[in-house]
Write a protein that binds this ligand. Structure first.
Ligand SMILES: O=C(O)CCC(=O)C1=CC=C[C@@H](O)[C@@H]1C(=O)O
Ligand SMILES: [Mg+2]
Length: 329
């Protein structure tokens, strides 16, 4: 890929800060740096705690989406899931109400400071709202050890789970949990073991998961993520990185280009924001997102502008990650 010069990126960069309706993975305000490239708007939004080596892949993805033509879509809309943060069971219905027409819900579990009974109550509340036909999946973000995962999946399986995402942190643990819980018929999905791994295919080689979660930004862009899915040879679910509507369009482009897509995708997360950069935002309607480029609204870009010190922080990060990509060649 020919990299645009850093001056070109800085000239078209806009840094935004979007407030969230509900705290999600510790985030209450989501910051993102948006870029306007020749192919359209794109997003660079690694979480603030990520180091430059990890964040550089997100920049490669952003540049690829804004500066290069994308793989051809094979579908025009993407079925998406509702995403339920680790809220109290009593708050579940209000969260789900933000996601119009979604037949699938993903529920966060194994939150630090909470217990299995909190998870059981939250997932039961989700099942009650979704009804018996709804699809309910859970995501532990690697928060359980082997025995905790074993116990939790046995306890939660009665609620008819579509799959369990990243129950434990390591590939070896995933393989062991998958072996121990196989008789329950609950598939195991790998997320962090794909997107944060030095070798995103290790999971597939180890037989440690039934499906993989893929995210366009951390995997270096749509084309690269497609290669990983093809090489893994496992069903894939495309998920967001809590992106703005601009980054979600990148995720939707990935989902649209996958040869097979059997699951609803985790791309409904704009519904967790109280404000976004596009009008209308890329939120699910009737449980689906349209595929296509998203343009920000000029007034919303201004209204969502991050503070001067946060803009300076993001521009410095952009510069360092750009330098890392240049050095990488
Ligand atoms: O998959 C979804 O339903 C929404 C996206 C989502 O859950 C995530 C987005 C961003 C960061 C992650 O901690 C989290 C995930 O683990 O999948
Ligand atoms: Mg996950």
């Amino acid at each position: 890929m020919t990299l645009p010069a850093i001056e070109e990126l800085r000239d078209v960069a806009r840094v935004v800060a979007l407030p969230m309706a509900t705290r999600f993975r510790g985030v209450t305000v989501r910051e993102a740096l948006l870029l306007h490239g020749p192919e359209g708007w794109t997003e660079f939004s690694p979480f603030v705690e990520y180091d430059d080596a990890e964040a550089a892949a997100w920049l490669a993805a952003a540049i690829d989406f804004g500066w290069n033509p994308q793989p051809a879509p094979v579908r025009t809309e993407i079925g998406v899931n509702a995403t339920v943060p680790a809220v109290a069971a009593a708050d579940v219905a209000a969260v789900l109400a933000r996601f119009d027409g979604c037949r699938t819900a993903k529920v966060k579990v194994a939150e630090r400071g909470q217990s299995l009974s909190d998870d059981l109550a939250r997932v039961a509340a989700v099942r009650a709202v979704m009804g018996p036909e709804g699809r309910v999946r859970i995501d532990a973000n690697g928060g359980w050890n082997l025995d905790e995962a074993d116990r939790a999946i046995h306890a939660l399986a009665d609620l008819d789970l579509e799959y369990v995402e990243q129950p434990c942190a390591t590939v070896d643990e995933l393989a062991e949990v998958r072996y121990r819980t196989k008789h329950l018929g609950v598939p195991i999905a790998a997320d962090e073991s794909v997107r944060k791994a030095t070798d995103p295919l290790a999971v597939a080689r180890a037989g440690a998961a039934d499906l993989i979660i893929v995210k366009a930004q951390p995997l270096g862009g749509v084309a690269h993520a497609l290669q990983i899915v093809a090489a893994a040879g496992l069903p894939a679910v495309v998920s967001s990185a809590l992106d703005t509507s601009i980054g979600l369009a990148m995720g939707a482009a990935l989902a649209a280009a996958l040869p097979e897509l059997d699951y609803d995708c985790g791309l409904g997360t704009a519904s967790l924001f109280t404000m976004d950069v596009a009008a209308p935002p890329l939120v699910p309607r009737g449980g689906v997102l349209p595929v296509g480029r998203v343009e920000p609204d000029a007034a919303l870009l201004d209204a969502a502008a991050a503070s001067p010190d946060r803009q300076a922080w993001w521009l410095a990060r952009l510069q360092r990650c750009h330098a890392a990509l240049v050095a990488h060649g």
